[in-house]
Design a protein around this ligand. Structure first.
Ligand code: PGA
Length: 274
């Protein structure tokens, strides 16, 4: 896992947007897995800026969102479909027929969920999956105890998540109790996973995700099994990590490698290691 620590939440958003933008430039018909919540907002703002100011073209992308509340109309201001329209899709030139957000009003969820997985497969699989994390360590709505092999399905929200999300609904009793969500197994099939976290309230979940055991009690810890994960944190979300100095060393080496500065790492002719 590559752990990148940025100075601020704004920098976290910009860094993640640069990774997504590079993906879209290199492969214009990329399949992007997208997330809702407060955390990805900075990423979406930056992608919109790149589209309007720099002409970054999204016309060929396909997107799949992680999850949706059960029972909310797509026009409900707290539905994830509404969130995505408002904060991203209506500002980009992505084709509506290639945008997918789970349907929280499906009558037959079992077959809807099977079809959602099938659509991801038919699109060629997800190239980069953007992820946030809950205070209880969930990714998407895979609450503690979710099978690490789980697929898209209905999930009951944990009381901690209901409390956290009540800020959007006004009161806890208005928060839907069920969601349809990609499973941990679905997420692990993305070619690359990009998990973001900001703020001190995420610090413990982040420490357990990166440095704790792989456990269904912290479903984001399953990312330790994935071959290509980038985790971008602000200083506060990184504040409980025990090996921060090492992650910073790795990051320095990585950016030198990317900028061709091998000599600075002692590699190459005349350095004794070459
Ligand atoms: P947040 O939610 O980005 O609003 O903090 C993240 C999550 O619960 O997955």
């Amino acid at each position: 896992m590559r752990v990148i620590i940025e100075e601020s939440a704004e920098e976290v958003g910009r860094r993640a947007a640069r990774i997504l933008a590079r993906q879209v430039r290199e492969k214009p018909d990329s399949v992007l897995g997208l997330a809702t919540g407060h955390t990805p907002l900075g990423v979406y703002r930056e992608l919109i800026r790149m589209h309007t100011e720099e002409g970054l073209d999204f016309s060929q992308i396909t997107t799949f969102n992680l999850d949706e509340y059960v029972g909310l109309e797509p026009t409900h201001p707290q539905s994830y479909r509404f969130f995505m329209q408002r904060h991203l899709f209506e500002h980009l030139n992505a084709h509506p027929s290639r945008i997918h957000v789970p349907d929280g009003r499906a009558l037959d969820f079992a077959s809807f969920c099977r079809r959602y997985e099938e659509r991801i497969r038919m699109a060629g699989g997800i190239d980069i999956q953007l992820l946030g994390i809950g205070r209880d360590g969930h990714m998407a709505f895979n609450e503690p105890g979710s099978s690490l092999g789980s697929r898209t399905r209905l999930k009951t929200l944990a009381s901690e998540t209901i409390r956290d999300n009540a800020r959007y609904f006004g009161t806890e009793d208005r928060v839907p109790r069920l969601a349809v969500t990609m499973g941990v197994g679905t997420i692990l099939e993305a070619r690359q996973c990009l998990l973001l976290a900001n703020g001190p309230h995420k610090a413990e979940a982040i420490q357990r995700t990166i440095e704790g055991p792989v456990t269904s009690q912290v479903t984001a810890s399953a990312l330790q099994l994935h071959r290509d994960v980038i985790i971008i944190l602000d200083e506060e979300a990184a504040s409980r990590l025990e090996r921060v100095a090492y992650y910073r060393d790795v990051e320095r080496a990585q950016s030198l490698l990317e900028s061709g500065g091998l000599r600075a790492l002692g590699i190459g002719p005349g350095t004794g290691n070459g």
